[in-house]
Design a protein around this ligand. Sequence first.
Ligand SMILES: [Zn+2]
Length: 268
Amino acid sequence: MASAESRAEFERSGVPAGSQLLADLLGASERAVVLTGAGISVPSGVPDFRSPGSGLWENVDPIEVAHIKAWRRDPGRFWRFYGERFASLVHTRPNPAHEVVAELERRGAVRAVITQNIDRLHQMAGSQRVIEMHGSIEFSRCMECGARVPLERVIEMLDAGEGAPECAACVAPLKPDVVLFGELLPAAAMAEAQALASEADLMVCIGSSLTVHPVAGLPELTRRAGGRLALVTVGETPYDSQADVKLHGDVAVELQAVLALMGEHRPG
Ligand SMILES: [Zn+2]
């Protein structure tokens, strides 16, 4: 929680105490890691299917339609639904929250971004080390020969409207390179994320409710190793009582404020 010092700072300057505290924590840390969830992409117009009334997912049960069993049972039907999700993501762009995260890495204030998102927006904003826990829409894969087909080609096939996009060589249906319900998280990504979390002296969780395991266990690794924990998210999380600082506002506004405060206090 906010220290007496940062509360005093707030009274003097009108700067929200939490923003200053997070700016200070970022400035002091050497191995900070960012963990992001759907909330960071909401200002980019990417629907968060866990929030009620979010368009695309409103009338379906995502656990049913985005399940590996649904793909196996009927790839054409699966893609009729999932293709809409792909198409809705193609033209989305990073928002200022993604840009702040990329800038923090550029400045050396953050080592890496661990994300639950599949939308590629961190990379588009310029983040270099992005660990995608749930895969990405960037490629779809042939499960027979392993060929990876880029998004643009998949969209072309979807637009042609002939059922599931297929591998040109095998004529087998493609599967998006994202982790569907019922599938395990990629082991390499999980191992890298766990190492980063254990080594982190600060974890900044942005736009994640931190309820979906095993990703939700990562802040615990940081805490157990003595690292600090910062939360930037609108809703409640299971870590609220353990966090050193929590910012509740719009992720883009909050992060821009933090970056501005870091700029002012930057040494040299
Ligand atoms: Zn193939």
